[in-house]
Design a protein around this ligand. Structure first.
Ligand SMILES: Nc1ncnc2c1ncn2[C@@H]1O[C@H](COP(=O)(O)OP(=O)(O)OP(=O)(O)O)[C@@H](O)[C@H]1O
Ligand SMILES: [Mg+2]
Length: 491
């Protein structure tokens, strides 16, 4: 890709970026939220048209006018915003738009067989007739990968493929990447997890604010060095634990006793004090998300007692949870947390309606404007204005809007599911700081994260879950050693 330029509505998001990918290599692209990584790759794969510049594949000029053109030339992308269709089954998703035929009809039997073979090769353990809607985000991501590999690929772009994966699945994914590489497939790997980059990539390209900063061999780079290139001299904080002042005699905010949910969580008990941040650690399928969802009234609690500030409460639906002062920032924010066609301002308004209404009919426009502008400043959200549709923001910036939406609502108990997945390392530090300040005001937080270093950076205590049961509780002193957490969640 030579001298690529791209603007949206007069806003230049790629400014003369050149990028070259060697056959059979893994080339990582890193950069802050909104740096232009996804846009550059969407231009390669025909999703967006470039304004100017040249693209050559195998030395020949190409100019795809849509994704299907690129895909049939063997250039495929695993999208950051998952493109699987929830109402279809696994096999239907994998072969969507390139169904295997027998005469005029779809050859269902063969597709099922081939899909099973493919999933087996990739080590993905899901029945092919399962509906996507019933799978966790992590599995959706694995199906997305399987879909991209269901036809011959020459170039595979992976945009944040591990955002919802735990370490075991990441290891599996890396094995897939290494196999593809040995078969001569060229891979572009976009990730905010620095340690992954250095483990898997041959070359690394850093983008910042739509400009190419550097391309270098991974073996000559360090995490600290890459972060410096990414952040420039903006001096933003990286990702580390800050001792916090503990509240004296805090009292218990929430007590969960003998919680069982479907067949996924069994007899789990723990409590969270006021001002405390407690982590739930475990592998995919360990019941972490299900615990949060049951506390927010999305999943039925089969057994168990929950008290908030000493008072027993019943949580049968989300309404009751919100009334009890609970908020959830869900894992799949694009599916559950935002109205993408609405502006940032209107998305905040959805959660804050009670606070900004003037009377029964009118809302206080100035107030919602002020809250929106505060959120942009607090969370460093990159957007042209508070009226820009959310769908125009980069992946990470969309996530910040969801977090802003619930923080501004001042819940007593904030449930966070993978709060910084897909968020760049500079903003991660900022978000953690915001969550810590929020807890420091006497509120409580339960956080689920697949990134051990993130749990280590923010939790006062960690509840370890294996196969839906609590197996351990780690104190702050034990958390300091990331290896202990890593070890505990393996069961
Ligand atoms: N369809 C679009 N319309 C308008 N602006 C867009 C569109 N797509 C992307 N942008 C803008 O282009 C810029 C680059 O976005 P891009 O999605 O490429 O960032 P990114 O590097 O992938 O970030 P992230 O790490 O958050 O995913 C952002 O400022 C974004 O708001
Ligand atoms: Mg992106």
């Amino acid at each position: 890709m030579r001298h690529i330029v791209k603007s949206f509505y007069g806003n230049t998001v790629l400014n003369d970026v050149s990028f070259s990918l060697e056959k059979g290599h893994v080339h990582a692209i890193v950069g802050g939220n909104g740096a232009g990584k996804s846009t550059l790759m969407k231009i390669l794969t025909g999703v967006y048209r470039k304004d100017s510049g040249e693209i050559l594949v195998d030395g020949k000029n190409v100019d795809f006018s849509g994704y299907s053109g690129a895909a049939s030339a063997g250039i495929r992308m695993i999208f950051q915003e998952l493109s699987v269709v929830p109402t279809l089954t696994v096999v239907e998703n994998i072969y969507l738009n390139h169904e295997e035929k027998k005469g005029l009809f779809n050859d269902d039997k063969n597709m099922r067989k081939d899909a099973e073979k493919l999933l087996d090769r990739l080590g993905i353990d899901v029945p092919v007739n399962e509906k996507i809607a019933s799978l966790s985000v992590g599995y959706c991501q694995l199906i997305e990968i399987a879909k991209a590999l269901s036809e011959k690929v020459k170039i595979l772009v992976m945009d944040e493929p591990t955002a919802s994966l735990s370490d075991t699945e990441v290891t599996r994914l890396f094995n897939i990447v290494r196999t593809l590489k040995s078969e001569g497939v060229s891979i572009v790997y976009i990730s905010h997890r620095m340690s992954e980059i250095l483990e898997i990539a041959d070359e690394v390209t850093v983008l910042r604010d739509g400009k190419h900063i550097i391309t270098g061999e991974a073996k000559n780079l360090t995490i600290a060095g890459i972060i410096n290139y990414m952040l420039g001299d903006t001096g933003r904080n990286a990702f580390e634990y800050h001792e916090r002042q503990q509240i004296q005699n805090p009292g218990v905010m929430v007590d969960v006793s003998g919680l069982s949910v479907d067949n996924l969580v069994t007899d789990v008990s723990f409590h969270v004090n006021k001002g405390e941040i407690v982590g739930l650690a475990g592998l995919m399928g360990s019941g972490r998300t299900e615990i949060l969802e049951s506390l927010f009234g999305i999943r039925k609690i089969q057994k168990g007692k929950i008290t908030i500030e000493g008072k027993p409460i019943e949580i049968k639906n989300t309404q009751q949870a919100i009334q009890a002062g609970i908020a959830l920032v869900p894992e799949d924010r694009r599916r559950e947390g935002l109205v993408l066609t609405h502006s940032l301002k209107n998305n905040l308004l959805l959660a804050l309606f009670e606070r900004v209404k003037k009377n029964r009919l009118l809302i206080d426009g100035d107030k919602i404007r002020k809250i929106s502008e505060e959120s942009i400043a607090d969370l460093n959200i990159k957007t042209n204005s508070i009226d820009t549709p959310i769908s125009n923001l980069s992946g990470g910036n969309q996530q910040k809007v969801v977090i802003a939406k619930w923080l501004k609502n001042n819940p007593k108990l904030l449930l966070l599911d993978e709060p910084t997945a897909g968020i760049d390392i500079g903003a991660k530090g900022e978000i953690i700081k915001i969550i810590e300040d929020y807890a420091g005001r006497g509120n409580s937080v339960i956080v689920v994260s697949s990134e051990i270093s993130e749990l280590a950076a923010m939790c006062d205590r960690i509840v370890v879950l294996v196969n839906g049961r609590k197996t351990k509780e780690l104190t702050r002193n034990e958390i300091k050693n990331e290896g202990v957490i890593q070890h505990a969640i393996q069961g």
